[in-house]
Design a protein around this ligand. Structure first.
Ligand code: ADP
Ligand code: MG
Ligand code: MG
Length: 253
């Protein structure tokens, strides 16, 4: 049983030498293992900033609050330590690392997180199995990380990492954006497997209710103006789809 708690989190984006802007304005959220929390909100409200701030991106500075994983403040940890502690981020825009093969990259990541290198043969088997589960062509293992991948292929590979790294908490930032229905199903099944097998807690940042038909949220939160403006059950997602975010944007302006 894992408890992931975001408490009073405030963060600035560092724009230039001495320019900064507060984006996160006091975020409170608790995710228990096995729970899925959908975060929905207008563009520019700070959803990706929340994901990056938790993961430890250097462009964002935490000014207040804490993020506790089973009582330990991960904000005191290095980026690597956060990953090792079991926090995983699937980025909205996965980065390309030309020249580094997917299989080498994944083996390094797994080594870093598990604290020891998996045996090559065992890892190959594991990788092949996970790729098969996600309907990824085995040829991708030899390609450069995300190099020339389509949007949907990048997203599938984020979930491949999730399957191999077996984190305790996963933050999925618009992992469903740009996926066709088949890819959406494959990606959702991957998330659901991780929930079942590893009792994963999920923060699912999304613009669309369609992924929520496959990955059932226990809670839905509206994110506006750098904080959670309202929380509810899955019915809240339907309300948002019908009515939009106008009410929240106006309320917070
Ligand atoms: P969302 O993911 O909800 O669309 P973001 O977290 O990406 O929102 O962005 C929140 C706000 O922070 C936006 O107004 C965006 O322009 C601003 N922002 C994010 N990163 C930077 C940056 N590197 N430089 C300047 N502004 C930024
Ligand atoms: Mg956005
Ligand atoms: Mg975003």
């Amino acid at each position: 049983m894992t408890k992931f708690e975001i408490r009073g989190l405030r963060a600035d984006v560092l724009i230039g030498e001495d320019e900064r802007r507060e984006i996160l304005k006091g975020v409170d959220l608790t995710i228990n293992s096995g729970e899925t929390h959908a975060i929905m909100g207008p563009n520019g409200s700070g959803k990706s900033t929340l994901a990056y701030a938790i993961a430890g991106h250097p462009r964002y500075e935490i000014t207040d609050g804490e993020v506790l994983l089973d009582g330990e403040n991960i904000l005191d940890m290095s980026v690597d330590e956060r990953a090792r502690a079991g926090v995983f981020l699937a980025m909205q825009y996965p980065v390309e690392v030309p020249g580094v093969s997917m299989s080498n990259f994944l083996r390094s990541s797994v080594t870093a997180v598990r604290g020891e290198a998996p045996k090559l043969r065992q890892f190959s088997k594991e990788l092949q199995g996970a790729m098969k589960d996600l309907s990824i062509d085995p040829a991708f293992a030899a390609r450069g990380v995300n190099e020339g991948f389509s949007g949907g292929e990048k997203k599938r590979h984020e979930i491949l990492q999730l399957e191999l790294l077996k984190p305790k908490v996963a933050i999925l930032d618009e992992t469903d954006s740009g996926l066709d229905v088949d890819a959406l199903k494959v990606v959702s099944e991957g998330v659901n497997r991780a929930k079942e097998n590893n009792d994963l807690g999920v923060m699912l940042i999304t613009h669309y209710t369609r992924i929520l038909n496959y990955v059932k949220p226990d809670h839905v939160h509206v994110f506006a103006n750098g904080r959670i403006a309202e929380s509810g059950g899955s019915e809240l997602a339907d309300t948002l789809e019908a009515e939009g975010y106008e009410r929240f944007v106006k309320a917070g302006a």
